[in-house]
Design a protein around this ligand. Structure first.
Ligand SMILES: Cc1cc2nc3c(=O)[nH]c(=O)nc-3n(C[C@H](O)[C@H](O)[C@H](O)COP(=O)(O)OP(=O)(O)OC[C@H]3O[C@@H](n4cnc5c(N)ncnc54)[C@H](O)[C@@H]3O)c2cc1C
Ligand code: FES
Length: 500
């Protein structure tokens, strides 16, 4: 599955910035596209190439189904907000279809059914409660089926949801990027942003290469927010999720979306090809930094797939990525409560594609003090008192991280690290993050995340350092790969572990 090339040449632009969008994933490009329709001049900045973040790793189920369940959402928020949430997800899928048609984007967009079936050990009341909740909020396209169309497995009674969808996310973003350029937008890849500061009616965007860009409005579409209060980040928890693609005989599996009810759930879709199809299967999530056993997780995924879809062919791709789980089951999309010219899109959960498209529809409506019926639903400043328990349990990670720094599972010496391995090494009062490369050379950086202070953990599958607190990732030399961190991990002067 070769990935399409996206527009990626750095562009110099001397016009004063009107709207700066930071982040060139589904959220950033959707906001940029919609803002241009409203007459704004948009500059998009990204630390790397356009579409190189989590959108490049998505399995791209386009769902009006809520993966956290509508009955859970109604219990935490209320029925009226659940209706709005459903409406926003339906509108987002429709909008992708509309834009793909209008801009002639060949992105394999396809409507299909989605099947929700019981996970091992789960009881039928989950499906019954969800069916009732869907009917209450006007989600009429849900119905019972005797079993899901999985060749090798009797799922028992399950729910079928009509008018879900799938597409090729990178082909879609490529088309969107082209449309943005054609309409006068500016794409500036390889431009990392360090700081976003509002001063009066303008916002200063400070880049890593020393530029300051002044803008009327700024949208942080960096997946995790790089500005604003820490409380926003504390309302989400980062989870690593795993995915793999299997070759299968053409037409052997119905073109649909499949999910079980487990927490973490398995998610499956088809990618049709000319001579063969691929089955893309994901799941086996864990809290970021709390496991480093990707091979075992892929084995589990493969076993699970074969039990349900029969003898699938060769595994052609394996990958992982991160999702941010909001405590009250909806993303955070809207105005920064402290700065009226700064906007956020985050809290994507497993539905970040539709969340990004929702941002495109919602944020431009909020410019210049505007309003939108979805504003309160997605308001980044909202507090859900009923989600306090989840908030507290997710934030215990920060406490664990401190304990670990003081005396957690640390190596006495880096000598025990084999080539390709990384680990935390105690050195006096310091803890150093050390990776030994294939040539045997150690790469030493501070283990303290540059975002706040949590201890980073080695991820041997991705060969990077992951922060369990808010989901920053760093390469083996400490450079930030994923927000919210913008600065690198501090370098270590010498083996004593003093960080510079
Ligand atoms: C394996 C997997 C499966 C998934 N499956 C689904 C699914 O089936 N359906 C679904 O809806 N969602 C799914 N998701 C979630 C969804 O893919 C993501 O939530 C979504 O792509 C996030 O889009 P985004 O634009 O917010 O972030 P990203 O695509 O990560 O874009 C953010 C951009 O910001 C840039 N950036 C970050 N910091 C800075 C900085 N300081 N300066 C400049 N640029 C910066 C990054 O380089 C990046 O390009 C899945 C995710 C994963 C990992
Ligand atoms: S991401 Fe916040 S402390 Fe590391």
């Amino acid at each position: 599955m070769p990935l399409p090339k996206l527009p990626g040449t750095p562009v110099e632009d001397s016009r004063p910035a009107d709207l700066v969008v930071i982040g060139g994933g589904i959220a950033g490009l959707s906001v940029a596209y919609e803002a241009i329709q409203k007459g704004r001049h948009v500059t998009i900045l990204d630390r790397g190439p356009i579409a190189s973040g989590m959108t490049a790793r998505t399995t791209a189920h386009l769902m009006s189904v809520l993966d956290d369940r509508y009955y859970e959402f109604i219990a935490l928020r209320d029925e009226a907000q659940a209706q709005l949430l459903y409406e926003s997800l339906v509108t987002a899928i429709d909008r992708i279809e509309e834009i793909a048609g209008r801009e002639s984007i060949e992105c394999d967009f396809q409507r299909c059914d989605g099947y929700l079936f019981l996970g091992e050990g789960d009881t039928p009341d989950i499906l019954e409660k969800e069916f009732d909740a869907c009917r209450k909020i006007g989600f009429d396209g849900v119905d019972w089926e005797a079993r899901a169309p999985m060749p090798a497995f009797d799922s028992a009674r399950c729910l079928r949801f009509a008018r879900q969808g799938r597409f090729h996310p990178l082909k879609y973003l490529q088309g969107l990027a082209r449309a943005i350029l054609t309409k006068g937008g500016v794409l500036r890849p390889y431009t990392a942003v360090d700081e976003v500061i509002q001063d009066g009616a303008t916002v200063a965007v400070k880049t890593r290469n020393g530029q300051t860009i002044m803008a009327r409005d700024v949208v942080c579409a960096t997946n995790a927010p790089i500005a604003g209060r820490l409380t926003l980040q504390a309302k989400m928890a980062p989870y690593r999720t795993y995915a793999m693609a299997f070759e299968i005989a053409k037409g052997s599996v119905e073109d649909a979306l499949y999910w079980d009810t487990l927490d973490a759930y398995h998610y499956v879709r088809l990618r049709p090809g000319d001579e063969r199809d691929w089955l893309i299967v994901g799941g086996e999530d864990h809290k970021t930094g709390e496991a480093d056993d990707a091979p075992a997780r892929f084995d589990n995924l493969e076993r699970w797939t074969k039990q349900r879809f029969g003898q699938v062919g060769a595994v052609t791709h394996t990958w992982s990525g991160q999702v941010l789980e909001p405590v009250d089951f909806a993303g955070y999309v809207g105005r920064d409560p402290d700065n009226d010219h700064i906007y956020f899109v985050t809290g994507d959960s497993g539905q970040g594609i539709t969340n990004g498209v929702v941002a495109g529809l919602l944020i431009p409506a909020l410019f210049d003090g505007g309003d939108h019926p979805w504003r309160a639903l997605y308001d980044p400043a909202r507090v859900s008192l009923k989600a306090t328990g989840t908030f507290l349990s997710e934030n215990s990670t920060a406490v664990k991280s401190l304990v670990e720094h003081l005396g957690g599972p640390l190596l006495d010496t880096e000598e025990s690290l084999q080539p390709g391995q990384g680990g935390l090494v105690r050195d006096g009062v310091n803890v150093i993050a050390v990776y030994r490369d294939e040539a045997g050379t150690p790469h030493r950086v501070s283990s303290k995340c540059s975002h706040v202070w949590c201890t980073v953990h080695f991820n041997s599958f991705e060969r990077c350092w992951d922060c369990p607190c808010h989901g920053s990732h760093f390469d083996i030399d400490g450079n930030a790969l994923n927000a919210p961190a913008t600065a690198p991990l501090a370098s270590i002067d010498d083996k004593s572990g003093r960080s510079s």
